[in-house]
Design a protein around this ligand. Structure first.
Ligand SMILES: [Zn+2]
Length: 234
């Protein structure tokens, strides 16, 4: 369906209500509508939502731009929910990263590419996470009565974490290094609760409510921060 310069993907299926979504990373518009609605009705509905659609598209495209980092001086980067300015120091010495006050100092050789700087930063984030995660897991193992055999950290596009129940292994998204610690803890607890309940059902919800009553706040915080918007699941 075409609405001015906006291309809308229309899906009609056996549902009760119309669902309108604007999706990252490019702001594609999708409408899922009940089978009985005519295309004209759906078109009128879309027109009534036009300003909302445009606003959402602007937001999403703005965020996509914001997340594109160049790893240059004065650029904003996040660590554990706090904002830091990047300070790139070119030196003919092995690369290293030092945290100083509100600055992340990254020492690199001249002519280091953006990709190399990004890799260096990502490894630094990974090391920091790997230092923090074991103590969080250890704290929660006796509380939940489960044991985590191993954990891993990797970049994931649409998931904050995953749990392999059979192997008792959890994977955590490297991006969590940039989020407040309460968000990291929330995702770890969520994945550990999967060792008790595979599905996101009532029992799962009850376990979360019992052990981490403020999990919803952490979830909202996680999804309100830059870079992380979208259809995230875990
Ligand atoms: Zn889950």
């Amino acid at each position: 369906m075409q609405l001015g310069d906006i291309d809308i993907e229309l899906i009609q299926k056996n549902i009760k209500n119309v669902h309108l979504s604007v999706l990252p990373p490019h702001g594609q518009v999708r409408i899922a509508a009940p089978l009985h609605l005519t295309e004209e009705t759906i078109r009128l509905y879309a027109i009534s939502k036009l300003s909302w659609i445009k606003r959402e598209q602007k937001k999403i495209r703005g965020q996509a731009r914001e997340s594109k980092r160049l790893f240059v001086n004065k650029e904003t980067h996040y660590l554990e929910g706090r904002k830091y300015l990047l300070n790139v120091v070119e030196a003919d010495a092995p690369a290293k990263i030092v945290l100083a006050n509100k600055t992340i100092k990254i020492y690199v050789r001249p002519e280091t590419t953006t990709e190399q700087r990004q890799t260096l930063m990502n490894e630094w984030y990974r090391e920091r996470l790997k230092k923090i995660i074991p103590s969080i897991i250890k704290t929660w193992e006796p509380v939940l009565g489960v044991s985590v055999a191993s954990f891993g950290v990797k970049l994931m596009k649409t998931k904050w974490g995953t749990c392999n129940i059979e192997a008792q292994r959890i994977w955590l998204n490297l991006e969590l290094a940039k989020k407040p610690l309460q968000c990291l803890e929330y995702i770890i607890v969520h994945e550990m609760v999967h060792l008790l309940e595979r599905h996101h059902n009532q029992r799962f919800l009850a376990l979360m409510n019992k052990h981490l009553p403020d999990w919803k706040q952490s979830k909202e915080l996680l999804n309100s921060l830059p870079v992380s918007r979208g259809d995230w699941e875990y």
